[in-house]
Design a protein around this ligand. Structure first.
Ligand SMILES: [Zn+2]
Length: 310
């Protein structure tokens, strides 16, 4: 069988005001792109169910969930989340959390799986921030622990922005190790303390990035010995990203994704990949960047995990 990929049509099903900077169409375009380029077959995608309320409450504050779901957020909260509130936005967000959880479940089953959304790592326990309303990475990690599938979860966050929400949520949780590679000059201005923060200077490119990965990933995997990895493959590390301060090329991103996935898979640690952030008015170009993690995961899956007869 081929790499399991998780997607739901609801992901792009939110209308935003004209010129809103968030490229909401990218999720549906990513699925189409993966099929058109032969990375994935039509029947390779599975649709997640929305995350249950009880699952969301393992990470999020009840009062915040009530106000988010029913549209009772303050104007300040809406400004901070970055999206106008709508029922479609709520449905989309809850389904995307279910999607990352489902991706992790498929990773436990097959060794590796990818999600065509996810990585909303600025969402905190009781507030949304920077286009992140619910923290899918945190919910999936909590699910892995609570369901007994994992005793230790490692979150490798390679989005260009620090995973501050995830880091704060798991500040006091030794069973989850948060490892964030990010540009020090990028949002958020006030960083949280991850278990390990690898801060890259503005403008760092392929070589500096690869050196940083090699200096930290094998060591953390071998010392922490996670039972699974959640990998946020943010595309906003790319040189052409509108919001990122790093300068990775396509080749550099490809090498990053390949390296992270392969380090885990070679150690037989299940990996669930999410696409993370990526911002470009040229959405087809952005979609090609988000496709890279699926391409690399697909290649690793075939090389290391596929049970098909040769
Ligand atoms: Zn980002």
């Amino acid at each position: 069988m081929p790499l399991p990929i998780v997607y739901h049509p609801i992901y792009s099903n939110v209308r935003l005001p004209e010129r809103h900077p968030f490229p909401m169409s990218k999720f549906a375009m990513l699925r189409t792109h993966l099929i058109e380029t032969g990375v994935a077959g039509d029947n390779q995608f599975s649709e997640p169910a929305p995350a249950e309320r009880a699952l969301l409450e393992t990470v999020h504050d009840r009062d915040y969930l009530d106000r988010f779901i029913h549209g009772d957020l303050t104007q300040a909260e809406i400004r901070r989340q970055g999206f106008p509130w709508s029922e479609a936005l709520v449905a989309r967000s809850i389904t995307a959390v279910g999607g990352t959880r489902h991706t992790l479940e498929l990773a436990f089953e097959h060794g590796l799986a990818t999600h065509c959304a996810g990585g909303t790592h600025h969402a905190h326990r009781d507030f949304a921030s920077g286009y992140c309303l619910l923290n899918d990475l945190a919910v999936a990690a909590a699910w892995a622990l609570d369901s007994g599938r994992a005793k230790r979860v490692l979150i490798i966050d390679c989005d260009v922005h620090q995973g501050d929400g995830t880091a704060r949520i798991f500040e006091q949780q030794p069973a989850v190790f948060t490892l964030s590679f990010h540009a020090g000059s990028n949002f958020p201005a006030r960083k949280a303390d991850s278990d390990r923060d690898v801060v890259l200077p503005r403008g760092a490119g392929d070589t500096e990035y690869a050196t940083a990965l090699a200096a930290h990933i094998p060591a953390v995997l071998d010392r922490f010995q996670p039972d699974c990895v959640l990998y946020d493959a943010g595309a906003d590390v790319h040189a052409d990203d509108r919001l990122g301060h790093l300068s990775l090329s396509d080749a550099g991103m490809r090498a990053r994704d390949r390296y992270v996935i392969e380090q885990c898979v070679r150690r037989r640690i299940p990996v669930a990949c999410v696409i993370g952030g990526g911002y470009d008015r040229d959405v087809p170009a952005l979609v090609r960047r988000h496709a890279l993690v699926h391409e690399q995961a697909s290649a690793c899956f075939e090389q290391f995990l596929s049970t098909d007869a040769a």
